[in-house]
Design a protein around this ligand. Structure first.
Ligand SMILES: *[C@@H]1O[C@H](CO)[C@@H](O)[C@H](O)[C@H]1NC(C)=O
Length: 421
């Protein structure tokens, strides 16, 4: 009893002491506490700002903004009414997979999943004022403006019919009401500044970019693509043969997609921001597409991006995300041709994995216990054709490309036949 009493008393006094001292402790270390709070707030702020983290509330705020402009007659487009009036579009979910865009969220519309995206905000409006009167370009001027945009952004000369299609929100409908047409022009002008919108509207016949489903004001929606299943062998618990077969199939599909980007257009397209999260499957099919089109540009445009670098000290100054060129140490200018290509980046970042110096730290899609040594050798040649220290800057040889494709397809087929035995 005695002991217990003393113990109790001790507890009380310690508690009293602590509660008296806590504000003092806080005061004594106040700068440390303030710094911690500031660091914490900054981290949380950056997580949201860089779209590493998002909450559905943000998606609702974008819809609210869209609908507010729609009610004022400033936002037009096929998705405004289902979003704002009939409310057929629902189940908003935010997505943080595309750091370059301010808004990315998905929603449901009659069992179709849409992904909404916003266009860059730093564009000036197309209309102007003269003596207080609002002025718009004529239809003819608007068409020639559109052709200039496409020429500047994609180095592509579009046919008259294509320009007409791009000048309307509904391709086969000509808005006759002058006030409504002006709002349509305002909206289209902003949409066309967006590389992603431009590629999705221009190349509807090519099945490599997400399909455009509609617009509302400065937002547009494309088809939702299913993410590639979690493929990193570090995070997947099992490394069974079946998973290995699935990974090989995905690899073949990625190679097929790269081939289409290389040969299916007037000029090859370069994917300058390659991540496994930027590939996605069309729902209910095995069709693979590339999702994040902000860094997707034709070769001649990438080359002029490199040429525009004013002054370089090292090769790293000549990088546009994953698209790399070299720095000429005498002229301090970047080489005006991109040095690597899609296949090199895919081998480096997707197939091999994340490396530091020459050690694979996070194994990629094709690095597992099942990887035969000849495949590993080809992958290393593909990822770093010149065995350079630092970031590789070269194109894998045609021979390496063929062997890679053949080896992957062969292993995949042998696994498939194992299952049927
Ligand atoms: C645009 O493409 C043409 C034809 O491929 C090419 O000759 C020209 O140099 C390119 N222009 C620019 C600015 O890259």
């Amino acid at each position: 009893m005695k002991v217990k009493g003393r113990c109790h008393r001790f507890n009380v006094t310690t508690r009293m002491l602590l509660s008296r001292r806590l504000p003092g402790l806080f005061y004594k270390h106040r700068y440390l506490v303030y710094s911690c709070l500031i660091v914490l707030t900054t981290i949380v702020y950056l997580l949201f700002k860089w779209n590493i983290y998002c909450v559905n509330l943000q998606a609702w705020q974008h819809v609210k903004k869209m609908c507010h402009l729609y009610e004022k007659g400033l936002a037009v487009g096929s998705l405004c009414a289902p979003l704002c009036t009939t409310k057929d579009i629902h189940s908003l979910t935010c997505h943080s997979f595309q750091a370059t865009k301010e808004a990315v969220f998905s929603a449901e519309w009659h069992n179709i999943r849409l992904v909404f995206k916003s266009v860059p905000k730093d564009t000036q409006a197309i209309h102007w004022y003269e003596n207080g009167m609002i002025k718009y370009p004529t239809e003819k001027e608007f068409l020639s403006t559109i052709r200039t945009i496409v020429k500047n952004k994609l180095n592509l000369t579009v046919a008259y019919d294509t320009a007409v299609r791009l000048s309307r929100l509904k391709p086969s409908y000509e808005e006759k009401n002058k006030a409504k047409r002006q709002k349509e022009i305002d909206n289209i002008w902003f949409l066309l500044q967006d590389n992603e919108y431009l590629l999705s509207t221009l190349f509807t016949d090519k099945d490599v970019f997400p399909q455009l489903l509609g617009t509302c004001g400065q937002y547009y929606a494309v088809e939702y693509l299913e993410p590639v299943p979690d493929v990193s062998s570090v995070f997947s618990i099992s490394d069974i043969k079946e998973d290995w077969g699935r990974k090989l199939r995905i690899a073949v599909q990625i190679l097929d997609l790269l081939e289409e980007l290389e040969t299916g257009f007037r000029e090859p397209f370069h994917l300058c921001d390659i991540k496994i999260q930027h590939f996605g499957f069309v729902k209910g099919s095995s069709r693979l597409k590339f999702i994040d089109l902000d860094g997707v540009l034709p070769r001649s445009v990438i080359n002029s991006v490199m040429k525009r670098v004013q002054y370089c000290y090292s090769d790293n100054d000549c990088d546009f995300l994953d698209c790399r060129s070299r720095c000429n140490q005498e002229t301090h200018k970047c080489s005006d041709t991109v040095a690597n290509n899609n296949l090199q980046i895919v081998c480096e970042k997707i197939f091999l994995g994340w490396r530091m110096s020459n050690t694979v730290i996070v194994p990629g899609l094709l690095m597992s216990q099942h990887t035969p040594s000849d495949l590993a050798t080809i992958l290393r040649q593909c990822a770093n054709p010149l065995s350079e220290p630092g970031k590789p800057r070269d194109v894998p040889e045609e021979e390496v490309k063929k062997r890679l494709y053949n080896v992957i397809s062969e292993i995949e087929q042998s696994i498939d036949s194992d299952f049927f035995l």
